[in-house]
Design a protein around this ligand. Structure first.
Ligand SMILES: Nc1ncnc2c1ncn2[C@@H]1O[C@H](COP(=O)(O)OP(=O)(O)OP(=O)(O)O)[C@@H](O)[C@H]1O
Length: 935
């Protein structure tokens, strides 16, 4: 009997294997079109680096590491200008986007007119007239019924801040202003490192307004002529902030988009003489270095100052040459990779504090790093800790950083939900992807004995960049293979159905439009933006687009137009131009279309919407093409957190690219037997599961009688009451947080090792190999440990991992804990039955939503008789997100969805777990050694 069963089992397995084999051989078959395209592209790529060796590397590096350095070249403002141009896609949108510019005070006549408007508006309000031609914080103060706009709030030692500003500052912002004033008095520079969107700009302006109203002696008496260096996109944001918060100050942009006509020498002189603020881009500070440095300035302030983290760039060298008595640096990402970067920032605003670069490396960076090696001695560990403490003591007075979590009690930011969606490639994309993997370029990389003359690194970068194009849209790739003589089919060119991720975008926008959400969409590539733009035009979505081709002067107005006008549903931008420093709170949905190698870039982009001023719950979707290079990039973002410790064992590892480890990058991964992508199987517990409906099930469900549904509804209500009572009427957000914590910190009896450890496949893989696969772009992985260590020592409290929502299965787990286990399981089974039945029975979308809302266990917990507004919003947002996911799984080819911030949390946890395991092992060995020695 047993034999029969075994035989039967083996037979089915064999049949399955054959099927799978057949399927994969079918899948791996590459069409002639794909072969032809790969051959052409490969031929061109082989030729290109040979003749232009110096050009190809920077171009591709810029593409991959795109928030970096092109901006420093005076001609290309913030945007990669070397991208391909797609046919006929760019014209119509430009005609629609006729946006007015924001005017700075470069032109002295315009400045005078602005002042007149402002003053007459104030006088009008004071004398009871309604005519107001200017809006600013002081005017608003008067409109709110206050009488005296000239009143000052005096800080200790005499800084006079206008009361109308002081009153508007949050408590932590007032602390920030006091701190800046203290630095000023001891003539020291400082780093304001508050998290993105907490109002660093406002704190700086409040402080400068204070200086302008204070006689503090010295050369300038008060404020004195000052320079603010900022990325081009935010230059005019500074202008409008100054005009709003402190209108009397003259603020001019040293940029061709500024209002000044004529010679830049004259503008610099005028601004200097009037003790105004001169705004300069990072490119401009290099371009006009000589003229700027020829004068004495009181302050130089670097906005997004992490741009000087590499001490060897032109811009770093130039800004460090300014001999001003006061230097400030503002950034929400002060440490992206390493201690050395921190050194560079301090070298600007507190030169000498951390010694020379060499001395710092020798006496701080190396010992701290060595203490983090897995095989470090006790002495090395103890030394690292003491040096890290000393470093902390050194820098603490000059660096102020608050996180959103720390100040949430003041700013009350809404919830944020962040998910990673793994999208299936279309058949055409698969075909092209496979075709390129078989191309000469990739073969030359993987073939150890290849005699191709170009540097391996350049070839790898070219190939990775090409694969990323296929992931975005086939036409970005095919256009490169296109011969001039061939006709382009304009109807199908860039069609959304031909790209997996565009299919997802299509579904998302359709649903969000109905749900009333507005979307920010970022892509690394301008070509991709053009394709998305064409899609938006074809589907009559009202949108605005901001990339490097939009003039710097128009960018701020474009942003304002979007924030103020709800008829615009989408704001499209390149990550590089719109991802840093700007406020786009008009949107409550964010799509990051393609991932960046540097996680800080993606993080910056998503923070454009989730910041002060945002009133709605925010959902962020990162789109990744399943099984492709994009998944590897994401893994790299995650893995670098916890692999680094092991990697540090072999410091030479970071630049080693062996052919065997490269293989993994140039493979198209299949879904595993559970239908999961590689990343989803690694982070199983963060997976979001949505029940899929089969057609048969639909039919049978539709056959259910109304009576049955009513009975189920009744049962659901009873259960709802029971659960509501059991949950003690807790705030739903509290419950979510509890559930999330349960995921990140599972109870000990749940065997955390099994629950959170990675898939064996990866664990067994030598860490070095995994890293070298992922660390292709040499992002100083070795230094990650330093970053982590420094972050740890600099945070006053222990790291609290934050996430905002939780996966369905986790929610279930937590409810189990809250309730009596047995009865709850029974309830859940019934509820899930009810839920799936109710979803499938009702045809209309509205009805579906209604019933899901009524009967879903999540919402039963949160339904209360009296609801606060925010709770309602939070619930609605979660329902919206769940609904969206259901649709995406069903229709748009989304393979997996992971909770991004939980993934990051688990990765951190994994690292700690691993270290703990090792420590325990060492302890065991030590005990054994002692026992042995006593024998
Ligand atoms: N006290 C305040 N009152 C009203 N609005 C404020 C206040 N503080 C900040 N804001 C608003 O919050 C938003 C974010 O502020 P800001 O741009 O200064 O943040 P940031 O910390 O510089 O962000 P990033 O690091 O992304 O550049 C802006 O729209 C700003 O006007």
């Amino acid at each position: 009997m047993v034999d029969v069963v075994i035989n039967k089992y083996l037979e089915t397995q064999l049949a399955l294997a054959k099927q799978k084999d057949l399927k994969s051989s079918k899948q791996n078959k590459v069409s002639d079109k794909s072969k032809k395209a790969a051959l052409r592209i490969s031929n061109r790529q082989h030729k290109f680096p040979k003749s232009n060796k110096d050009e190809i590397t920077p171009r591709v590096v810029a593409d991959i590491n795109s928030e970096d350095d092109d901006e420093y070249l005076p001609t290309s403002d913030d945007e990669d200008s070397t991208e391909i141009h797609l046919p006929n896609l760019q014209t119509s949108s430009r005609q629609r986007q006729t946006i007015k510019k924001i005017t700075d005070d470069g032109d002295s006549n315009l400045y005078k007119i602005r002042l007149t408007n402002w003053k007459s508006s104030i006088n009008n309000i004071k004398s009871g007239l309604s005519e107001i031609s200017y809006m600013s914080a002081d005017i608003q103060y008067l409109l709110d019924g206050n009488k005296n706009v000239d009143e000052k709030h005096e800080l200790q030692n005499g800084l006079n801040i206008p009361v109308y500003i002081w009153k508007q500052l949050y408590k932590y912002q007032r602390t920030g202003v006091k701190w800046l004033w203290e630095l000023h008095q001891i003539q020291s520079g400082g780093l304001l490192g508050d998290e993105m969107g907490l109002g660093k700009t406002v704190q700086i302006i409040a402080f400068l307004a204070g200086l302008a109203n204070t006689d503090c002696g010295g050369t300038w008496g008060g404020l004195g002529p000052s320079i603010i260096v900022a990325p081009a996109t935010v230059v005019f944001q500074w202008v409008s902030h100054f005009h709003y918060w402190y209108p009397s100050l003259r603020v001019a942009a040293l940029h061709q988009a500024g209002s000044f006509c004529g010679n830049h020498h004259k503008l610099i002189r005028e601004l200097h003489d009037s003790h105004g603020i001169l705004l300069v881009t990072y490119a401009g500070v290099v371009k006009y270095a000589k003229d700027l440095q020829a004068r004495h300035w009181n302050y130089i302030i670097l906005d997004e100052g992490h741009k000087i983290r590499n001490p060897d760039t032109q811009v770093s060298k130039h800004v460090k040459k300014f001999q001003t008595p006061h230097k400030l640096l503002i950034t929400g990402s002060p440490m992206q990779n390493s201690l050395q970067e921190l050194w560079s920032l301090f070298d600007f605003m507190r030169p000498g504090l951390l010694g020379t670069n060499n001395a710092f490396t020798e006496h701080f960076a190396i010992p701290i790093t060595q203490g983090g090696y897995a095989n470090s001695t006790q002495m090395q560990e103890a030394t690292a800790l003491e040096i890290a403490k000393a470093l902390k003591n050194l820098i603490t007075p000059y660096m102020l950083r608050r996180t959103k979590e720390e100040v949430q009690q003041y700013i009350h930011l809404p919830e944020k939900n962040e998910q990673v969606l793994f999208c299936a490639l279309t058949q055409e994309q698969r075909d092209l992807y496979m075709g390129y993997l078989l191309s000469g370029t990739v073969r030359s990389i993987l073939d150890r004995d290849s005699k191709v003359g170009d540097p391996l690194r350049a070839r790898i970068l070219v190939a990775l960049s090409t694969l990323r194009k296929i992931c975005n849209h086939p036409d970005i790739y095919l256009h490169e293979a296109h011969e001039d003589t061939e006709e382009i089919d304009e109807k199908s060119f860039g069609h959304w159905k031909r790209s997996g991720k565009m299919n997802v975008v299509h579904s998302l926008l359709k649903i969000w439009q109905k749900q009333g959400h507005r979307t920010l969409m970022f892509s690394q590539s301008r070509a991709m933006l053009c394709i998305i733009e064409q899609y938006l035009q074809n589907h009559d979505y009202k949108y605005l687009k901001m990339d490097g081709t939009v003039s710097v002067g128009q960018r701020q107005s474009l942003i304002k137009t979007f924030n103020d006008n709800t008829e615009y549903l989408v704001f499209l931008s390149t990550t590089r131009v719109g991802g840093l420093g700007v406020n786009l709170t008009g949107a409550d949905r964010v799509i990051i279309y393609d991932p960046d190698w540097n996680p800080a870039t993606d993080n910056q982009a998503k923070e454009r919407a989730w910041r002060i001023g945002q009133e709605k719950n925010v959902t962020v979707y990162r789109l990744l093409s399943a099984g492709t290079i994009e998944e590897k990039i994401y893994q790299r973002q995650i893995f670098k957190n916890f692999l680094s410790n092991k990697i540090l064992v072999d410091p030479n590892q970071r630049n080693v690219l062996t052919t065997s480890t490269l293989q993994g990058l140039f493979t198209l991964e299949e879904l595993n037997c559970e239908g999961d992508t590689e990343t989803a199987s690694l982070f199983k517990h963060t997976k979001i599961t949505v029940k899929k409906k089969s057609k048969e099930k639909d039919k049978s469900n539709l056959a259910s009688t109304k009576k049955k549904i009513d009975a189920m509804k009744k049962l659901a209500k009873q259960i709802s009451n029971k659960i509501t009572t059991l949950s003690n009427n807790k705030d739903p957000r509290e419950l979510y947080k509890k559930k999330r914590d349960a995921l990140l910190n599972p109870p000990i009896e749940e065997e955390p090792h099994n629950k959170n450890t990675l898939n064996d496949k990866i664990v067994e893989e030598p860490f070095e190999n995994v890293l070298s696969e992922l660390d292709i772009i040499n992002q100083h992985v070795k230094k990650d440990y330093e970053e982590k260590l420094l972050k740890d020592i600099m945070s006053t409290e222990s790291n609290v991992e934050t996430t905002d929502t939780i996966t369905t299965n986790v929610a279930d787990t937590q409810n189990k804990n809250d309730l009596d286990r047995n009865s709850c399981e029974a309830i859940e089974t019934k509820l899930s039955m009810i839920k799936s039945t109710s979803i499938s029975i009702n045809k209309s979308r509205k009805r579906k939503l209604e019933i899901t809302t009524d009967h879903c266990i999540e919402n039963l917990v949160s339904v209360k008789k009296v609801k606060h507004k925010t709770e309602e919003k939070c619930e609605k947002s979660l329902n919206d997100d769940n609904y969206v996911l259901t649709k995406l799984f069903a229709k748009a080819g989304v393979k997996n969805a992971l909770q991004h911030d939980v993934v990051v949390g688990l990765a951190e946890k994994e690292k700690r777990l691993r270290m703990q395991e090792e420590a325990m092992l060492k302890a065991k060995k030590a005990v054994r050694a002692i026992k042995f020695s006593s024998k």
